[in-house]
Design a protein around this ligand. Structure first.
Ligand code: MN
Length: 228
């Protein structure tokens, strides 16, 4: 039995609708997975296979808690996303088998320090400090797929201070949930507890202290946080 030399950190977890908590292992995110968002970021959506980046699991913000405005940015952007939670892992998962690995779904926000991300892109540097900062992943209640099935269509939308900022439909995902899982499982061995933020539709923009962000994925749930 190993004795830790420091108290081990708590396991990050997301509350589950109806009770209990889902332990989070890793947080993967898909870039440019809606064509209109890829275009607004200056990319050609038709040529790219999916690509991935990560957030630390302890960057999640749960229970509708406030999100502190992060340091080192003056351009904090919202990205409203469908989040997939894996109950089973594996490598080289076939598209046809992928949804059987999903435990549930949530609505989440991939908060982004756009100025740092843009500078990193320009200089060919990693995105980590633009994407993976503290409190960069507000997320709503996790809903079991056993209850809601696997949403392939439905409105995905975000209001800031009551006004619609992003509005699209899951049918506009370039890479579906099952295709995304299959792709990612060829890059890493996926594990129970892994989350995948599946990408954001168009309409990303800056938020500031005091703004209330309220997102919804139809048939899944909501996410709510205030920037403070
Ligand atoms: Mn995103």
């Amino acid at each position: 039995m190993v004795e830790f030399v420091l108290p081990p950190p708590a396991t990050p977890a997301i509350p589950v609708a109806g009770g209990g908590a889902f332990p989070v292992r890793r947080v993967f995110c898909v870039g440019r997975n809606y064509a209109a968002h890829a275009r607004e970021m200056g990319s050609d959506p038709d040529r790219e296979p999916p690509f991935f980046f990560m957030k630390p699991a302890d960057a999640l913000v749960t229970d509708g808690a406030d999100t502190p405005y992060p340091p080192a940015t003056s351009d904090l952007h919202h990205e409203m996303e469908l989040v997939v939670a894996l109950g089973e892992g594996g490598a080289d998962i076939a598209v046809a088998d992928a949804l059987a690995h999903v435990w549930g779904y949530a609505a989440g926000l991939d908060l982004t320090r756009r100025d740092l991300q843009g500078q990193a892109k320009k200089e060919g540097k990693p995105w980590d400090m633009g994407k993976g900062f503290d409190h960069s992943g507000p997320i709503g209640l996790l809903v079991p797929a056993a209850r809601i099935g696997h949403p392939a269509r439905g409105r995905i939308a975000l209001k800031v201070n009551g006004k619609i900022r992003q509005e699209s439909d899951l049918t506009h995902l370039i890479w579906s949930v099952s295709e995304t899982i299959a792709h990612l499982s060829r890059l890493v061995r996926l594990a129970p507890g892994d989350l995948i933020f599946t990408g954001t539709p168009e309409g990303v923009a800056a938020v500031g202290r005091g703004d209330l962000l309220e997102g919804e994925v139809e048939g899944v749930g909501t996410v709510r946080t205030r920037i403070v």
